[in-house]
Design a protein around this ligand. Sequence first.
Ligand SMILES: Nc1ncnc2c1ncn2[C@@H]1O[C@H](COP(=O)(O)OP(=O)(O)OP(=O)(O)O)[C@@H](O)[C@H]1O
Ligand SMILES: [Mg+2]
Length: 277
Amino acid sequence: MSWNSDAYISLLAQGVRKEYGSRSARFTAVETVDFEITSASAIGVVGESGSGKSTLSKMLVGLERPTSGRITLNGANIAQLLHFRGGRQDMRTSVQYVAQDTASSFDPRRTLRDAVATPLRTLRGITGSEAEDRIEAVLRVLMLDPRQLDRLPHEVSGGQRQRFSLARALVVGPRILICDEVVSALDVSVQGSVLNTLKDYCENRDVGLAFVSHGLPATAFVTKELVVMRHGHIVERGETSQVINAPSHPYTVTLLEAYRRRRTAATSAAAPTGHAR
Ligand SMILES: Nc1ncnc2c1ncn2[C@@H]1O[C@H](COP(=O)(O)OP(=O)(O)OP(=O)(O)O)[C@@H](O)[C@H]1O
Ligand SMILES: [Mg+2]
């Protein structure tokens, strides 16, 4: 079983719930949720800190096991897929995940070259000069210096590490890309370029994108659909423009107002206050 090249891929979560803690102190991070991302999706997941966005993302790629519910990749249960080598390989080739915590997603003792080249070798069997060319092409579009490949993960900045993490996923050529806060450590100009790259990459190659973020404008820019999470629930979902321009849930309204207030405050802080004579 393999879903490479141009096959349609669907990653489907049905009635998925995640509880943490012991029996005496249970905490539900994700309530019963249905969510689908396909190779044709561009879907944003927004919500306040702690609303369950990362937990949902991790369950979708098998890094967290749902307490209940089912996650399938083209109908195959991912828990079973991930159980054997061939299934893991199919899953990782089809679906790549960029973790929010880039510091811990790299092995601190291995160079960035090793980190980026390994999935290309193990998942695609690409090595040598072909691998080097692929890696350099991806680094170029992410505005990364290939000379940094020989550094260790902690020897580059947080923003650079975030882009190396994205590069490691993109070189594999997945059909679905799940990005958890991939531009949060980037300054505004680099953020704009990376978002453009990500959008073009996904649109031109029919790669499905799940973009998990606090940043509403960034999310709106790269997505067609939006999901709003609160306290582990999906409280609203719809076309991105519809949700932003005519939100139906009071929490979405509050979230949008908070964002607009922050933007106004940032604009006034940046404006000159003195009266020039
Ligand atoms: N391994 C864990 N053990 C216990 N609780 C956890 C664990 N991981 C997450 N949580 C809790 O689950 C809730 C949801 O966390 P999650 O990381 O999914 O939120 P988030 O929406 O991604 O937040 P942020 O925007 O800050 O990244 C939080 O209250 C968090 O403290
Ligand atoms: Mg998170």
